[in-house]
Write a protein that binds this ligand. Structure first.
Ligand SMILES: Cc1ncc(COP(=O)(O)O)c(C=O)c1O
Length: 399
């Protein structure tokens, strides 16, 4: 690696854990109670409170309940089950996502029905939903890609029109909002991820946010999360379904409690870093022709509500003399990590078996083939962004 002695490797993402959280975790480790307990209760209540407050444009007075999980993947699967979705049913979702989004649909025996995404926002083309509706369609599972909210008004318009459940894959969107309302503060079922590369982490983890009035579904979520077991007031146990095992530990939840306190600050810093990327990467004609930046949110409220989980420009490989992999390797040699989020799901072998093929979703395929994820995490300095942009400029000038 050609790194000068003072330059450290800059990964494309890194979690920020403060000393207060680390000390709190040590206390939990010493407490003798490691699995689900008071920390999980605290984390779930704190997250519900976070979602239920600070909504500048709240339109309903309904509050939310949060149920935590060992991952968003588990939470998405349980959400589908609670909606009664199973074999023979179809779920509309983008092919442009992490594969967990559509894998869980397959796993419960239903069929993912893909729709293309918009090249600028990278979010599901909602206007294409009516084209794929059949008698079997039961739900829409959109992704708020990189923390940019899907248009919730249009999404729920189609859901109501076609009588569909909505499971929002908000794995990237903790702290995001749409028109001033936090993602997860409204809507049908909303699922977050707390994997270490997300805006806040519980090491591994996820959560469901659901309307507090849906007591039957909330109970079902709990059953699926822990073996289908219920206990009555006298602590008598019964089992109602063959549930799974995806309850969060107190150790993980304690990390989440510490992270949640810093979420707004983290997201603010992400926004500042992204502003700098936009400023530095759209200066010259050459940059603009070789790198297509994600569409900058024009609407002020939605700009403020973008949590910038990732910054993912597209490389214009038709004009560049190097491949994406060569670009990534060259950046790596300069000590800069670059990721790929995500390859098109419908082109994976498993999804080819459903009949999907190249050409089905042109925008998803173009993004999948040309996208790069540049370093973005709250502990980055402005100088890190300058360094990344200088490295890109050097590569562009030689290729
Ligand atoms: C869009 C999306 N959905 C779901 C998941 C699954 O999250 P988890 O790793 O918490 O299971 C991820 C993880 O990266 C994701 O990016």
């Amino acid at each position: 690696m050609n790194l000068s002695s003072e330059q450290k490797y800059l990964p494309f993402t890194r979690p920020s854990l403060d000393e207060e959280t680390i000390s709190a975790v040590v206390e939990v480790l010493r407490s003798g109670w490691l699995s689900t307990g008071p920390q999980v209760k605290n984390f779930e209540e704190s997250l519900a409170e976070y979602l239920n407050t600070n909504n500048t444009h709240r339109t309903s007075s309904v509050s939310r309940v949060v149920k935590s999980f060992t991952s968003a993947t588990e939470a998405l699967e349980v959400a589908l089950r609670v909606c009664g979705i199973g074999p023979g049913d179809e779920v509309i979702t983008p092919s442009f996502s992490f594969v967990a989004t559509s894998n869980v649909i397959l796993k419960i025996g239903a069929t993912p029905v893909f729709v293309d995404v918009d090249l600028g926002t990278r979010n599901l083309k909602l206007e294409d939903i009516p084209k794929v509706i059949t008698q079997k369609t039961k739900a829409i599972m959109p992704v708020h890609f990189a923390g940019r909210s899907v248009d919730l008004q249009e999404l729920y318009y189609y859901a109501n029109k076609f009588n569909l459940r909505v499971i929002e894959d908000a794995a990237h969107a903790i702290g995001s909002s749409w028109q001033g309302e936090k993602i997860g503060s409204r809507g049908d079922i909303v699922v977050f991820s707390f994997h270490p590369n997300k805006n806040i982490t519980t090491i591994e983890g996820g959560a469901i946010s659901i309307d507090a009035n849906r007591s039957t579904e909330i109970k079902e979520i709990e059953l699926h999360r822990f073996h289908g077991i219920i206990k009555d007031a006298d602590n008598n146990t019964d089992v109602l379904i063959a549930g799974g095992k995806s309850n969060l530990s107190d150790v993980a939840a304690c990390v989440g409690v510490g992270q949640l306190k810093q979420l707004d600050r983290f997201n603010q810093r992400r926004k500042e870093l992204v502003e700098l990327y936009y400023k530095l990467l759209s200066v010259t004609e050459k940059q603009r022709s070789l790198l297509q930046l994600p569409l900058y949110p024009q609407d002020q409220l939605n700009r403020e509500g973008h949590s910038w989980h990732m910054f993912t420009p597209l490389l214009n490989l038709k004009k560049l003399k190097i491949t994406r992999q060569e670009f990534i390797s060259s950046m790596h040699k300069l000590g800069i990590g670059v990721g790929i989020h995500y390859p098109a799901i419908h082109l994976f072998e498993l999804y080819g078996k459903l009949g999907y093929k190249r050409g089905d979703f042109p925008n998803t395929e173009e993004i999948g083939a040309t996208t790069i994820t540049l370093p973005l995490f709250p502990a980055m300095e402005d100088s890190d962004v300058h360094r990344v942009c200088a490295a890109i400029n050097t590569l562009f000038s030689t290729h």
